[in-house]
Write a protein that binds this ligand. Structure first.
Ligand SMILES: C[S@@+](CC[C@H](N)C(=O)[O-])C[C@H]1O[C@@H](n2cnc3c(N)ncnc32)[C@H](O)[C@@H]1O
Length: 270
């Protein structure tokens, strides 16, 4: 994580100032009075024990970090601050675009805790976080969307190598696949939005997903401080009347819809 922080901040001073502000204002579990949030922090967010799934998926990451094959990139998102060349080596993608181990494993634990029936990921990339989602909830249906066909093909290969059998990779722009996917699902229990970090797009996805959210749904938004637009999107998501609880971990924001509580927002060190 330290390397990631150094690397990302080299390219984005604005992100760095927000990170310092977050560290100043955020709590650990001791500053938190809500029993639900206290337990989530204690048992899930700060549970750093290793397990077999982590070891298996991280060994795939190591292989990808050495993979010299080139993929032709179709970039449909907000673009990368780091490298926008059309041809990228798998190892470059693995280094720059995937969630680092600490965050991907947090997502795994949140899913284990949330036990979704239907999970959706926006932005499969090489399928590393998809693998964490799949292994955390082997009985759930996992739908992951990726706009770059060659990246999606590499992800499918990676997911097969880990013998995940509950994942469907939907290739195409999020806007192309999302409406049908939402229509087909009776409820949406878990969402991880990790692609196309633009204010309008993020809010559009959020609004489309909302009608299928329920009391126990968890939506996670990545890169909520990445740009002014993403900060605005995060503020608007927090203020939405259906949202009753948010936990800002700086790198990602957790959104809950529990109806039995007053609206509250937390900032937590991670
Ligand atoms: C940051 S990466 C996802 C990383 C992945 N979740 C992980 O941690 O393993 C974002 C991905 O979203 C895809 N993407 C961005 N905008 C998209 C769009 N509008 N439609 C479909 N895919 C998109 C990109 O091609 C890229 O592979």
């Amino acid at each position: 994580m330290t390397n990631l922080i150094t690397f990302v901040f080299m390219f984005n001073f604005h992100l760095f100032t927000h990170y310092l502000k977050h560290l100043k204002n955020a709590n650990n579990r001791h500053g938190v009075h809500s029993p639900f949030v206290y337990n989530l922090i204690d048992e899930v967010i700060y549970n750093f024990k290793d397990n077999e799934d982590y070891i298996e998926i991280e060994s795939l990451r190591k292989k990808l970090l050495k993979n010299q094959n080139y993929l032709t990139i179709t970039d449909l998102g907000a673009g990368s601050h780091i490298n926008n060349n059309k041809q990228k080596q798998v190892k470059q993608i693995a280094k720059n675009a995937l969630k680092p181990k600490k965050l991907a494993q947090l997502i795994y634990r949140l899913i284990k805790h949330n036990k979704p029936t239907n999970a959706i990921e926006f932005g499969t990339c090489l399928g590393l976080t998809t693998a964490y989602i799949s292994k955390a909830a082997p009985l759930s249906k996992v739908f992951t969307m990726e706009g770059c066909p060659q990246t999606a093909a590499q992800a499918s290969k990676n997911l097969n190598s880990l013998q995940t059998n509950n994942v469907q990779v939907l290739v195409g722009d999020f806007n192309q696949n999302l409406p049908n996917l939402i229509e087909d699902l009776p409820q949406i229990d878990f969402v991880f939005v990790d692609g196309n970090h633009q204010e309008k797009a993020t809010l559009d996805y959020f609004k489309q997903l909302l009608p299928k959210a329920h009391q126990n749904s968890l939506f996670i938004f990545d890169d909520i401080y990445w740009s002014k637009g993403m900060k605005n999107a995060w503020q608007q998501i927090k203020q939405h009347p259906q949202v009753t609880l948010t936990i800002d971990l700086f790198w990602i924001g957790l959104v809950f819809f529990k109806t039995d509580r007053e609206k509250e927002h937390f900032r937590v060190k991670f």
